[in-house]
Design a protein. Sequence first.
Length: 468
Amino acid sequence: MENIEKKAASCRLVHCLVLSYPAQGHINPLLQFAKRLDHKGLKVTLVTTCFISKSLHRDSSSSSTSIALEAISDGYDEGGSAQAESIEAYLEKFWQIGPRSLCELVEEMNGSGVPVDCIVYDSFLPWALDVAKKFGLVGAAFLTQSCAVDCIYYHVNKGLLMLPLPDSQLLLPGMPPLEPHDMPSFVYDLGSYPAVSDMVVKYQFDNIDKADWVLCNTFYELEEEVAEWLGKLWSLKTIGPTVPSLYLDKQLEDDKDYGFSMFKPNNESCIKWLNDRAKGSVVYVSFGSYAQLKVEEMEELAWGLKATNQYFLWVVRESEQAKLPENFSDETSQKGLVVNWCPQLEVLAHEATGCFLTHCGWNSTMEALSLGVPMVAMPQWSDQSTNAKYIMDVWKTGLKVPADEKGIVRREAIAHCIREILEGERGKEIRQNAGEWSNFAKEAVAKGGSSDKNIDDFVANLISSKSF
């Protein structure tokens, strides 16, 4: 009993800062990992920017309440990236001010009786590793995207994959043959979003070889071959899925949602509406926090949904609702519900949800895989085309809607893919595959699973490396 108490005391003396890039899609996985570390006995502080910290809504009933929240400056404390003239200006100032502000936070904590031992940092913020090394701390890079996508970026970064891409299949280690359009947009569509592209493809990997650990938001069984290859480069550990424990292993008490949100979801109306629908009858549609459809794309999607004659729950952010066709809501009121936000995990877990029409952001992809929901893939940019390739051809848990020669996804193609999953023969196989991957996801984070063991190894190493 005495040894157990000593071990517990030792754990709590290890203090991790977990630093996220200031966006909801980055905060969620890093926060979930922070909860796992807290569950394993470490002291954890989540760090984001001043503006995001003020904007977050915290669920007082969530397991995140034991995690402290601190903020650093990005130079735009009153408005975040929206306050900057451009994303280029924002990132330039963040790179100047962020490291100094993080240093000040570490110094403050070191002088307050809760010194920092480790910085787990979002790999989009590589300067955090320099701060960790300055103070003699353990530095762990956290990759928020898939191993496959990170492998592609690594090859570009090191000059192993030359740009522009050849007009032929590409063969990379541990990955299926990829067409150029299966690549992330920053690799395939050169010159798009140059500042973001530089951050993701160049800076993210500039010093990653010096990180003590590289943690990836995936699970080993999902990306075994490419994870093995990356593991030869870095001390790589797969630690996902970073989905609240209630939907996976249920080890973490009260971990029913992410706990910090920049949005206020319309929980009650969505779930009440779903409760009145038959099992597997609803198409859930969401393109995440940032994707913006053109008016023509929005119209094709709207009329494609109507053409299926299926029930649908469609999340359309307020900033996008003006793009909806005139009278669309009235014409589909018997079949559809359009909301500006909703509790995605609850919707995906609901038995009425039959498929998920998604932009294939990595968080949404992991949630759907974890909950066994078939996907209709409509990738937009960034890593999403690569994720869609894996969804359709590797994991076989969904269908990608083909675009026409203008790059527009037409209503007929949308309706066909939805019907195929909900009513067709391929849909049966896809639903079975989705269920199997859900089981693998749950096993990975359950006690003794691949991700759980990797987190245990990480925690044990931190404890043993600290002198008490």
